[in-house]
Write a protein that binds this ligand. Structure first.
Ligand code: SF4
Length: 687
């Protein structure tokens, strides 16, 4: 008994799934996960977790895990040593750099890796190779939200903490299926709504759980959020309900902004969005009556051709109503991946160093050159989307992708896969032989969060430590070790012996993390950036002004551009998004027994009207056809969707929504317009 107990370990970790950033103790014995035990001191979640955090860990022992490096010979992969795999990668990267220049290489970091790993990836690209072609999957989800916030208030993160959301008088969610996508955060809202009189407004196409609970549910036509936001803002100004004192003291640009709202009457908004004007007035009144309002939004807003502009409109509405800088107010873009916030914060973006300082600012670049040694590239690099275009035009010849199944998760999969086929050399580092890894020349086996140390940043800008609970499986290695060893083979003298040393370097260079140290993050302690050198952090932003040259925020007028409709008989909108049980491409959750047992496969939700009209029953197979491809999937007849709309989960190991999506992107950030896809439906199984 004594021996057996000795083998049992209890380790603090942070969830590997969504951006809520739940932390908990995980009990292990050898490689077995015994239980997940949340702790009251966990800052984001206390004693709560959702089904994924509790039961979604079997993937770490999946027989499909990669345990040895692989190299391609012809059509097949062969196991090899780390020595051979890393030497080959270094040799080929050098060859491509010498023949095509540093910008012939591209780097895609992972939003599931740690901050330290994101930092090393961008350092490898910039300092060792000499290119700013580095990006991460925030490009696929929340970059438009960050853009909207940079335009208006200056920081690309949530205005406050999750606990502030619970304190708001009024919570508005836009394009967020919060109960499925950010379950523990949704629980806080449900409790405040039920027990403390908080008002809840939900704006979405899908009538999900939060919509059912809402005091007001608005259901706009797809891609028209910008119009109702502008109309409600104009109505508030017309009624004189805007916060003139706040605007006078803290905001620039009122006159031009108000002029830009002229076309957005309630009648116009009703005609474009389909939301009755009475409901728009009701929303304006609720904003007037609430002392504090926060707005939460997610991919239902951002994954459109106008995603950045709509995000800007949300922030404008908050400024007009004086809803920044006080508890319970502000903008909350909800981050998807566990570390999508941190991967961007720590510089895996083509235009900024860690802490969002421009690569084109000479004084900033000099600082990094002094620390890293050597000259750094002066111009911003290419984002994910532009890298793929560049490959097809013969620019980029080599890619290094960590932990992203881009062949599956980027829009228009056929286009992406065509680009991969054109590459001279590709390295993929992951847990599994993903669809993307199958295109690689070298595949490097990485370790998941439980097998390494480091830090993540959750949606509320909170930096948290995770500790190693179990040893890496087989010959797999933590990504930071692989990056360090590859850099050494490329001639860089990287001394790091622990992720803490990487964080110390980032803190020295980026003022946003100046006071971040591993000691200050010990156990369940955490810090919300920006962190001053003395360790003072920022649970709440903008109380003393905005991070702009004059300390004021900006109201930014944006033009409204109606979305392009797909021509040619594609009569149904294919809305898409998450479900509670699974996560993204499903590489982890479909390999977790309990979760797979509960939801064994993806399905498309079809309205009762459409099902009756087309003779579709629950469980029937239907074929979805778009201009870009087709997929066969099971149907679920559902009251959550409207007649001409479908809802397909993005997580599936069978049918992929990105076989159907096209290449349209957000105008400002190149985030794919995943939500602007129309299909036609063919019924395969009839009664
Ligand atoms: Fe993990 Fe998110 Fe669930 Fe928390 S809410 S346990 S972070 S998936």
């Amino acid at each position: 008994e004594k021996m057996r107990r000795k083998e049992i370990r209890r380790t603090k970790t942070v969830c590997t799934y969504c951006g809520v950033g739940c932390s908990f103790d995980i009990w292990t014995k050898g490689r077995d996960i015994l239980k997940v035990e949340p702790q009251p001191e966990a800052p984001a979640n206390g004693i709560s977790t959702c089904v994924k955090g509790k039961f979604g860990w079997d993937f770490i022992n999946s027989p499909k895990r990669l345990t040895r490096p692989l190299v391609r010979r012809g059509e097949r992969f062969y196991e090899t040593s780390w020595e051979e795999a890393l030497s080959l990668a270094a040799e080929k990267f050098t060859e491509v750099k010498e023949s095509g220049g540093p910008d012939a290489l591209g780097f895609i970091a992972s939003s599931k890796c740690t901050n330290e790993e994101a930092y090393l990836m961008q350092k490898l690209a910039r300092s060792v190779i000499g290119t700013n072609n580095v990006d991460n999957c925030s490009r696929y989800c929340q970059t438009p939200a960050t853009k909207g916030l940079f335009r208006t208030v200056g920081y690309g993160g949530d205005a406050g903490s999750i606990r502030d959301i619970a304190e708001a008088d009024l919570v508005i969610t836009v394009g967020s299926n919060t109960a499925d996508s950010h379950p523990v955060l949704a629980t806080r809202i449900k409790r405040a709504h039920k027990l403390h009189g908080q008002k809840l407004v939900v704006v979405d196409l899908l009538e999900h759980e939060m919509a059912e609970r809402a005091d007001l549910f608005l259901r706009p036509e797809s891609s028209t959020d910008f119009v109702w936001l502008a109309a409600v803002t104009r109505y508030i100004v017309d009624q004189g309900w805007h916060d003139t004192v706040f605007i006078e003291e803290r905001v620039n640009g009122l006159d031009d902004y108000v002029d830009s709202l002229n076309p957005f009457t309630l009648d116009y908004a009703e005609s474009v969005t389909g939301i009755p004007r009475e409901k728009l007035i009701r929303l304006a009144e609720m904003l007037r009556d609430a002392d504090s309002t926060c707005i939460l939004w997610a991919m239902g807003v951002t994954q459109h051709t106008g995603g950045s502009d709509t995000s800007t409109a949300i922030s404008n509405l908050l400024l007009i109503t004086g809803n920044y800088g006080r508890p319970g107010t502000g903008a909350y873009p909800l981050r998807g991946h566990n570390n999508v916030q941190g991967t961007s914060d720590f510089g895996a973006l083509p235009n900024v160093f860690p802490g969002y300082e421009s690569v084109e600012d000479e004084s900033v670049r000099r600082r990094y050159e002094r620390e890293w040694g050597g000259e750094l590239p002066k111009k911003a690099g290419l984002d994910n989307h532009s890298m793929l275009d560049s490959i097809l035009k013969g620019g980029i010849r080599s890619l290094y992708i960590i932990g992203e199944d881009t062949a599956f998760s980027d829009s228009n999969s056929h286009h992406v896969q065509e680009a991969f086929r054109q590459l001279d050399f590709m390295v993929v580092q992951d847990l599994f032989l993903t669809k993307t890894a199958r295109f690689a020349d070298v595949v490097l086996p990485a370790s998941p969060s439980l097998e390494k140390e480091g830090t993540f940043v959750n949606t509320e800008r909170r930096v948290q430590r995770l500790y190693q609970a179990i040893d890496p499986l087989g010959d797999s290695r933590p990504d930071w070790i692989i990056l360090r060893d590859l850099a050494r083979r490329l001639g860089a003298d990287w001394p790091y012996d622990h992720p803490g040393a990487v964080m110390a370097e980032a803190a020295k260079l980026a003022s946003m993390f100046a006071g971040v140290t591993y000691d200050r993050l010990e156990g369940y302690k955490s810090l919300q950036w920006p962190v001053a050198p003395d360790g003072t952090d920022a649970p709440f932003l903008y109380a003393d002004g905005f991070p702009t040259s004059d300390g004021k925020a900006r109201l930014v007028p944006m033009p409204w551009t109606a979305p392009r409709r797909t021509e040619g008989g594609y009569d149904l909108l294919l809305n898409n998004g998450r479900m509670l049980e699974h996560f993204h491409e499903g590489n982890m959750t479909y390999r977790s027994r309990g979760i797979r047992h509960k939801v064994p496969s993806a399905y498309v939700e079809v309205s009762t009207e459409l099902a009756a009209e087309r003779g579709i029953r629950d469980g029937a197979r239907v074929k979805l056809v778009s201009p870009f491809g087709e997929e066969t999937v099971y149907a679920l007849v559902s009251s959550r969707v409207r007649k001409k709309e479908l809802y397909l989960s993005i997580h599936t190991d069978q049918a992929s929504v990105n076989t159907l999506t096209g290449s349209d992107v957000d105008r400002a950030t190149h985030t794919p317009a995943y939500k602007e896809v129309h299909v036609r439906l063919e019924t395969l199984d009839r009664d």
